[in-house]
Ligand binder design. Sequence first.
Ligand code: NDP
Length: 248
Amino acid sequence: MLLKDKVAIVTGGTRGIGRAIVLELAREGANVAFTYLRSQQEAESLCGEVEKLGRRALSLQIDVRDFQKAKELVEKVKEDFGRLDILVNNAGINKDKALMLMAKEDWQDVIDTNLTGTFNVSRNAIVTFLKQKSGDIINITSVSGIAGMGRQTNYAASKAGIIGFTKSLAKEVAAYNIRVNAVAPGFIETDMLSSLKDEYKDAIVKKIPLGRFGRAEDVTGVVKFLLSDAAGFITGQTIVVDGGLFIQ
Ligand code: NDP
């Protein structure tokens, strides 16, 4: 097992990509704490699934937009599990709209959740990682933050910000044996995609060289690799998982 007895925090663990990451880390031997905002039932059933795999689970209703709550999250995990080794900043939202129609609240909410949320949890976890001179951070960004996408100025700005954050933090903490990397999914079949119209989805699939939307498991495979010793010399990178859609 790759992550035997390690302790991980995954933000936004109840659905989609975050849920798949929680289960993959547990399969690899980690005890996992995950956060959510509203999905209490999903959180309870996910805890059960992690426990069935023989691992400990902790679900916490924590809004990543709240710095104080992020501090409490890290404290609670250390108190309950006695350590912290891995942070996956996955919680994210989109509120797509043409800029001329975008309300200030839609801009702010997406930046606060995706970018400031990543800061809030990382800022609190990094203290532990620096003290113990080890730790891994994986930030889930998006190809939208690399290539841009119409009607996503707020989302793309937040995700591009995460890539800059990843590069800067990687340089800052490398000397402490802490690696910081990002994964940039393309179109992955989760609740986030369900708001798209079928015609638009059909048009997108035609443009994906590998001919399909991604699955959450396509992302977790890369997260697992980045957390493994095989990736021990990789830091500050953003790995694109998009079926070839944005080959540069
Ligand atoms: P989902 O909408 O399926 O799940 C989002 C998760 O984030 C849920 O667990 C949700 O909790 C949680 N969450 C949302 N807001 C907050 C908050 N303020 N505080 C704590 N938790 C919160 O998203 P995906 O699985 O599709 O996306 C996961 C990540 O991957 C996101 O960062 C997204 O931007 C990124 N991504 C997704 C792509 C896709 O095509 N799906 C493409 C590129 C990137 P709750 O269940 O309680 O609402």
